[in-house]
Design a protein around this ligand. Structure first.
Ligand code: HAM
Length: 435
């Protein structure tokens, strides 16, 4: 028997959670005025090397790289930002008149990581990217988007971690300070940290091996090396978050594991313990040089990514109500003619938005009643020989425990009224005719 690959999984009953999250994403994106963008699952490997950064764990250790039959070096996307930025440049979206240009995306990403709870090799990432404005208020609005989504999903146990790396000047001061700090400890640091000391000392702070050692705990803080301008930007972010009633915690250890960040960086962590070590639900920040470094015009940008599986694990531990699959009407049939009549009636009801299920196995009445409960049907419409003859239906309302015989042509109106408490106001629609 074939088995799924390590770090992947099949979505079966959890699909209800995915649908609930996807619905919330669409409505919150509408509220914050983000348009959906869909980009390919694979891109030229070079895009991620240049975009995410050679020294990051993601590019150095975790990408799925392969050569296609034409000999091209390709990579399954490990995250969404690089592809969206490529699309932004290639499609000249920067020329659009609306500014900022705000996009959201949702889909599989792939990282060759050690699988554990909340960490997969294929996972779904939802993200947003806002281009064209260097503004602390926009950074705060992007964070507010993630918080609004979590609140819409009734998530309560989370906290925003916030830090600032500053722009190019602040970061070069900070790199210098990090080098001075780590220099006397190099012999105690791992091989990767020694390499990163030379190539990009900021990445030393991502090390999972040395993270708990003393030099790490006493490492210099990025906010102590910000230029006045960058400090002002960060102050604006904090003031805007406070004004919106969003609590945050300044986290000096937060540098994020991707190279493109400048200024604001943030993570939103689940505090319910449902996720264990993989408690970061959302990670993001500002990246003012990525568009230019990938060949586009100089364009400031900010965004975040959310791991959908992690979000769903957190939702399952909380009190988010997820409906069981159900249908409005189960059409219970007795005899061959009734089965055809049921299909005709189901067609009519479905045209008007009423969902239906029926029997395809010629089962007994008792078995069909059982099926109606398995399908969580609110109504059971019984159709026998007599009903076919008289063009009627015997309708049982399982919720109100009532029963009535109705003409087929009155069936739609009766069900619609019971479901919505309102009268349907269209008069001559197909779904009412029953012909
Ligand atoms: P990231 O922190 O690498 O950032 O990933 C964002 C989120 O994706 C994480 O917080 C986590 O919830 C989820 N995630 C990452 N790896 C896995 C995995 N192996 N299994 C399950 N979930 C995972 C980015 O990817 C940036 N592109 C975010 C961004 C957008 N920054 C600016 N714009």
């Amino acid at each position: 028997m074939y088995q799924k690959m390590k770090g992947t999984y099949d979505i079966t009953t959890e699909i209800q959670y995915f649908h609930a999250v996807e619905k919330a994403i669409q409505s919150v994106s509408r509220l914050f005025n983000y348009q959906e963008i869909r980009t390919p699952h694979f891109e030229a490997s070079e895009l991620f090397h240049r975009g995410v950064g050679e020294d990051t764990d993601i590019v150095g250790k975790e990408t799925y790289d392969f050569k296609d039959r034409g000999g091209r070096s390709l990579t399954l996307r490990p995250e969404g930002t690089a592809g969206v930025v490529r699309a932004y440049i290639e499609n000249k979206l920067y020329a659009e008149k609306r500014v900022p240009q705000k996009y959201y995306y949702y889909g599989s990403s792939f990282r060759y990581e050690r699988p554990q709870k909340g960490r997969f090799r294929e996972f779904r990432q939802f993200g947003v990217e806002a281009f064209g404005a260097k503004s602390g208020e926009l950074d705060a609005e992007v964070i507010a988007y993630a918080v609004t989504l979590f609140r819409a999903l009734k998530l309560k146990n989370f906290i925003v971690h916030l830090n600032s790396l500053g722009g190019k000047d602040s970061m070069s001061r900070y790199r210098k300070a990090l080098k001075e700090h780590f220099k006397p400890h190099l012999d105690k640091l791992c091989e990767d940290c020694n390499r990163r000391y030379e190539t990009n000392p900021l990445r030393i702070l991502d090390c999972k091996i040395d993270a708990d050692t003393k030099p790490f705990k006493k490492a210099p803080k990025s906010i102590d090396h910000l230029t006045d301008e960058d400090r002002k930007h960060f102050d604006t972010v904090k003031a805007a978050l406070t004004a919106m009633g969003i609590d945050y915690k300044i986290d000096h250890s937060l540098v994020r594991g991707l190279d493109y960040y400048t200024d604001t960086v943030f993570e939103i962590k689940d505090t319910s313990a449902a996720l264990g070590a993989q408690d970061v639900l959302c990670g993001g920040g500002r990246y003012d040089h990525l568009v230019e470094s990938l060949g586009g015009p100089s364009t400031p940008a900010v965004g975040f990514g959310i791991g959908i599986e992690r979000l769903i694990i957190a939702l399952q531990a909380g009190d988010f109500p997820v409906p069981e699959p159900s249908v409005h009407v189960y059409l219970l049939t007795l005899g061959e003619e009734a089965r055809i009549e049921a299909l005709k009636i189901a067609n009519m009801l479905r045209l008007g938005g009423i969902s239906c299920e029926t029997d395809f196995l010629n089962r007994s009445m008792k078995a069909q009643f059982k099926q109606s409960t398995h399908h969580n049907a609110r109504f059971v419409a019984i159709i026998g020989e007599e009903e076919v003859q008289n063009q009627t239906v015997n309708l049982k309302d399982q919720k109100e425990r009532s029963e009535e015989t109705l003409a087929v042509q009155d069936l739609y109106n009766a069900i619609y009224e019971k479901l919505t408490g309102k009268q349907d106001d269209c008069n001559d629609c197909e779904h009412k005719k029953g012909e």
